[in-house]
Ligand binder design. Structure first.
Ligand code: GDP
Ligand code: CA
Length: 320
């Protein structure tokens, strides 16, 4: 029996959208739901067409519910687009795509939020309705907005990511609202839990997916001084990001595009980093900063997601 099969402790996973959701799905297959708290970035959230959009939260929710669109990495499978077509005919903004089924969730979320419910309560309700038993929590119920600093000025995250398709050069980031935001109570409780078995930084974008979570008041300090082991899975494989702008951002920030640079970025917060086999040559250098585990980290299939989740739990156990 591998260690993960007998893992009895609680796990906190920090996660963004696509990369995070893949590992979150793997973890949800190997841990009982009550042992897994998935804390999701809300720095990408914004208001659009009068609706609150939560891209990372919805990617995680749809992925765990098995209704995500694996081709796009956002939205639902088997979508239809009637509403978008009419919006276009009405001369409305259509740069941000919302399929009909996806829109239904957004309408219900808008309705529940308007009736005074918190984003956490709405998320928990959707989990229940969609048959997701893991504990998925937004990092905060308060608004935090990731802003991208570029030579053309400061852009909101979705403006940079969707409208400009990540073309502007990144000079830095800041997170509007973060100092006044409260980290989710369930997140804080999970970190304080005496039965915490470890924290996993999913292979999400370190700057704009994990970054906002770490910037919430007290979180960096709490994770920095945690007794339970802390690991990350590198989102960089062979000098490239699997998807999204992580590698482009590292290059523009004058960082080497490598797992070693990911280790350096997270220094002081981690006990170990999981890197892909193709980056095995970086192991020695990484181990000047923290432990490392070399294993396959590219998650194409469900099997890959489960195997990486198991390796992560085994690594946590080794570091305990
Ligand atoms: P986003 O919010 O949708 O951009 O998603 P995340 O921040 O959670 O994930 C984006 C990151 O996931 C990128 O930096 C990718 O390199 C990484 N990623 C995606 N798929 C994989 C994978 O299969 N393995 C690893 N190691 N990283 C991945
Ligand atoms: Ca995201």
């Amino acid at each position: 029996m591998t260690a993960s099969k007998i893992f009895r402790k609680n796990i906190v996973a920090l996660c963004g959208g696509v990369g995070g959701a893949k590992l979150a799905l793997g973890l949800s297959h190997v841990l009982p739901p009550e042992q897994l708290t998935i804390v999701v970035n809300t720095g990408d959230d914004f208001e659009h067409l009068g609706l609150k959009i939560c891209p990372d939260l919805d990617t995680v929710l749809y992925t765990l519910a098995g209704v995500n669109n694996p081709e796009t990495g956002w939205g639902r499978a088997e979508e239809t687009w009637s509403c978008m077509e009419v919006l276009e005919a009405l001369g409305s903004e259509t740069w941000f795509k919302l399929g009909d089924k996806d829109l239904a969730l957004h309408l219900e979320r808008a309705h529940m939020l308007a009736s005074g419910q918190s984003l956490s309560a709405v998320t928990s309700h959707f989990c229940k309705q969609l048959g997701v038993s893991a504990n998925v929590v937004p990092m905060s119920d308060d608004p935090v907005r990731t802003m991208i600093e570029t030579p053309e000025g400061v852009l909101s995250f979705q403006h940079y990511f969707v409208k400009e398709q990540c073309a502007p050069c990144v000079e830095g980031f800041h997170f509007e609202g973060v100092t006044a935001a409260h980290a989710n109570r369930a997140f804080l409780n999970a970190l304080d839990d005496p039965n915490l078995g470890g924290i996993i930084f999913c292979p999400s974008n370190p700057f704009v997916s994990i970054g906002p979570i770490l910037e919430l008041p007290s979180i960096r300090e709490r994770i920095g001084s945690l007794r339970a082991p802390r690991i990350a899975i590198s989102p960089i494989i062979g000098g490239r990001a699997v998807k999204g702008p992580a590698a482009k951002m590292m290059h523009e920030l004058d960082l080497p595009v490598s797992s070693l640079a990911v280790a350096t970025h997270y220094k002081g917060l981690l006990d170990g980093l999981i890197i892909d086999q193709v980056d095995a040559s970086e192991k020695v250098e990484i181990e000047r900063h923290m432990a490392s585990l070399v294993c396959p980290t590219l998650m194409n299939t469900l099997r890959d997601r489960i195997d990486l989740a198991r390796s992560s739990l085994d690594f946590l156990k080794d570091l305990t």
